[in-house]
Ligand binder design. Structure first.
Ligand code: 5GP
Ligand code: ZN
Length: 114
């Protein structure tokens, strides 16, 4: 998609600190981290939100979840616990409409989230 920030990161048109790349997913550090580890995992293909990703029906959601877990392992936060968040829709705080999993860890995470 031409005017999508995360499509541009996938295309390397905008810089990001990439931490993991798989065939169909890309993981890069959030520009405004909310935890010591805060990585965004996106499918390379454009889908607006988690609902669209769930409907993709080609195993892509699986790939994104597996990449998110691989990031947690790579970042060393898996043993202590981490959180995978998909803000879905503006009312839930989604601001970039290319689906992304937030992988958060490295500090105590309160529940419920705000
Ligand atoms: P959302 O609010 O849609 O769930 O999450 C969007 C996330 O993208 C935010 O945490 C925000 O900090 C991050 N973000 C926004 N612009 C950029 C950018 O240009 N580069 C990177 N790496 N992260 C960004
Ligand atoms: Zn996109």
């Amino acid at each position: 998609m031409t005017d999508c920030l995360f499509c541009k990161i996938v295309a390397r048109e905008i810089e990001a600190e990439i931490v993991l790349e798989t065939e169909r997913a890309l993981a890069f550090r959030d520009i405004n981290p909310q935890a010591p580890t805060h990585v965004l995992v996106v499918p390379k293909a454009h889908h607006a939100d988690a609902a669209a990703l769930a409907e993709a029906d080609d195993g892509l959601a699986d790939d994104v979840l597996k990449a998110a877990h691989a990031v947690a392992v790579q970042e060393g936060v898996a043993p202590g616990g981490y959180r995978i968040v998909f803000n879905t829709g503006a009312g839930a705080g989604q601001t970039v409409f290319h689906v992304h999993a937030h992988v958060l860890g490295g500090r105590d995470l309160t529940w419920p989230p705000g």
